[in-house]
Design a protein around this ligand. Structure first.
Ligand code: FDA
Length: 584
């Protein structure tokens, strides 16, 4: 007999675990979340927060999304990405990043109701955790996962209460391993991985210093520093990252993984800070120093029976592109509604297979992208002539050569410009963040062909209602003029049918089939004199079906089935689609 019983036990209160707990408790599921430490993240690791993640927070409630903005650095302060010899030294180049370029900003605004921002993990985690606990999740800190066994009805997990030293057992119907890059749950569940851990060495130096005079005129969250050794290990180049403007900072500096990790004491850390800032007398308050390894590994299986893993447990990669916490939160959004449906009996357990079908390709994609982004610093060092010698004097001469009035120098200047511009794949890869299209048992395409990407799919988000894609965002208007996104009309733990004039048959079918399957299907009709109106015509241009057609949208905003027009037997069509998607 277990000590505690719950429907879902979650190991870890990081972005993945806290989001899962917040979503499941919002959906009315009995959930418990544990963390081996007494509190949440103690250093501000993740920070770049993309629009898709903010859509998850928005789905949890406007108050959750708005609280995130209150603590975040807004998009305008994020994007003058500087490459320099030190913060007080020479600036080599700059690129507008994270939607700072006006054309990119327009794409961001057209893609989503939510805004990209910079929210340190020390602020994101408490927000998600608070949301979970205030909505009914049980949280147990200082509780360490040790092992689990599963049978056909559930999972029995053994934990250590670190306050009493006693072991306790938790019986749950499902177990989520959101226990980070060294996941014991993934190991014990026998998940399969590809790639390699420890391909580079890196250190984080967290410090306080007022650097306003070096940065306030070119506001950014990332300042990249080219100095001897900056291309060794780490994330491609020395990094000075703003945690709070402009007096709290984090330096990321690499070390050779083939050597033992350096002993980073206060003196060493202060020297690195002063070197990268370029001020030998800078007043620095070192707050913490940690070393970590750059990983290049992703899971090809994300679940085993009743045990599911998510977040860094299934994708282990460097922070390049800022995808870790974002993807972890999005993993949770994918799995939580499926667990809720199965636990409530409105879907068959096979629905859960779609988690792996949908998220394993994302894990592979982002691990590959993040590691490629490290390599893509190489051409900048090459163009500067820094790879041709290890003699600092010669390296400086090679860099100085770009200022000459010669054809060779002009060519060198072009190569420097081009290699910096190519870093758009790390610093403004809107498509990587937004373009996820799922193919799984929980998507019914009825043979409709996937629309090809018209532009670079890593850089540009392309909206489509093709089943598998996230439903397009457009603003529509309510009876009192209120402006809401299509995303606001979907999600919230429910299936939604979106239709228009001539789609009454879909609305009737949704009510009837919903009752039959015990499903709460939300019906939204958009058109003149309907509850929601499309005054701008944006929705009609984006929805890719006729007025009388329909989109069936899952609780995680992904379209799972669509019909071009009203069907001869809408009820039959909708029932068939829902039964297939929900494995009924
Ligand atoms: P995470 O590691 O955060 O949490 C794991 C949880 O499990 C913790 O609560 C831990 O205590 C708990 N746990 C582990 N073992 C346990 C056990 N046996 N028993 C009980 N509890 C256990 N990402 C991003 O999206 N944008 C960004 O800008 C950046 N930037 C960034 C910069 C730097 C320098 C780093 C190092 C990392 C980033 N990241 C990032 C990555 C991001 O920090 C990372 O991907 C997420 O924290 C992963 O979230 P998880 O919830 O999966 O694991």
């Amino acid at each position: 007999m277990a000590d505690i019983a719950t429907d879902v036990l979650i190991i870890g209160t990081g972005p993945a675990g806290s989001t899962s707990a917040a979503l499941l408790s919002t959906y009315g599921i009995d959930v418990m979340v544990i963390n081996r430490y007494r509190w949440l993240a103690n250093t501000p690791r993740a920070h770049i927060t993309n629009q898709r993640t903010m859509e998850v927070l928005r789905d949890l409630g406007r108050e959750v999304e708005n609280e995130a903005y209150m603590f975040a650095m807004e998009q305008d302060l994020m994007g003058e990405n500087v490459f320099c010899t030190s913060l007080s030294g020479e600036e080599i180049g700059r690129m507008k990043s994270w939607g700072k370029h006006p054309l990119s900003r327009a794409e961001h605004q057209m893609s989503s109701p939510s805004l990209m921002n910079d929210l340190p993990q020390t602020m994101m985690e408490p927000l998600l955790f608070k949301t979970a606990c205030s909505r009914g999740a049980q949280a147990r800190m200082s509780t360490e996962y040790l092992s689990h066994v599963q049978d056909k009805d559930g999972v029995t997990t053994t934990c250590l209460d670190r306050l009493t030293g006693q072991q306790l057992t938790v019986r749950s119907k499902y177990l989520i391993g959101a226990d980070g890059g060294n996941s014991k749950v993934a190991e014990h569940a026998g998940l399969k991985f590809e790639g390699k851990m420890g391909v580079g060495g890196s250190m984080n130096i967290l410090f306080k210093a007022d650097l306003s005079r070096h940065v306030a005129h070119r506001p950014s969250v990332l300042y990249w520093v080219v100095q001897p050794g900056a291309d060794v290990g780490g994330i491609g180049m020395g990094l000075v990252r703003a945690v709070r403007p402009w007096n709290e900072w984090l330096i990321v500096w690499g070390y050779d993984i083939n050597q033992p990790a350096p002993k980073v004491d206060g003196t060493f850390a202060t020297k690195v800070v002063r070197d990268l800032v370029g001020d030998p007398d800078l007043e620095v308050e070192i707050q913490s120093v940690t070393t970590w390894t750059v990983n290049n590994m992703y899971a090809t299986t994300t679940q085993n029976g009743r045990v599911f893993c998510m977040g860094d447990a299934i994708h282990r990669h460097p922070p390049s592109n800022g995808l870790g916490s974002n993807t972890s939160i999005q993993d949770a959004f994918n799995l939580a509604w499926k667990l809720a449906f199965v636990l409530k009996g409105t879907a068959g357990p096979e629905l859960l297979d779609s988690y792996q079908q949908e998220r394993a390709p994302v894990a592979r994609q982002i691990v590959t992208r993040a590691n490629k982004s490290i390599e893509e610093f190489g051409p900048i060092f090459k163009a500067l002539g820094l790879l041709d010698s290890i003699d600092p004097v010669k390296m400086q001469q090679n860099m100085d050569a770009r200022c000459n009035d010669t054809t060779a120098a002009e060519e060198q200047r072009r190569r420097i410009r081009d290699s910096i511009a190519a870093k758009v794949y790390e610093f403004d890869a809107h498509g990587v963040e937004m373009n996820q299209r799922y193919a799984s048992g929980a998507i019914v395409t009825n043979g409709q062909e996937e629309p090809a990407f018209e532009r670079d799919a890593e850089l540009h988000h392309q909206q489509t209602s093709w089943p598998g894609a996230r439903v397009p965002h457009a603003w529509v208007f309510g009876p009192h003029g209120e402006k809401v996104s299509i995303l606001d009309l979907t999600g919230k733990g429910r299936m939604t049918v979106l239709t228009g004039i001539g789609g009454q048959g879909w609305a009737d079918a949704a009510r009837k089939v919903g009752k039959e399957l015990n499903l709460d299907i939300h019906v939204v009709t958009i058109g003149p004199r309907q509850h929601w109106q499309d005054f701008t015509g944006d929705w009609a241009r984006l929805r890719e079906v006729r007025d009388s057609g329909a989109l069936l949208v899952r609780p995680d905003h992904h379209v799972c089935w669509r019909s071009q027009t009203i069907a001869a037997e809408p009820e039959v069509e909708l029932r068939r689609a829902l039964k297939s998607i929900l494995a009924l």
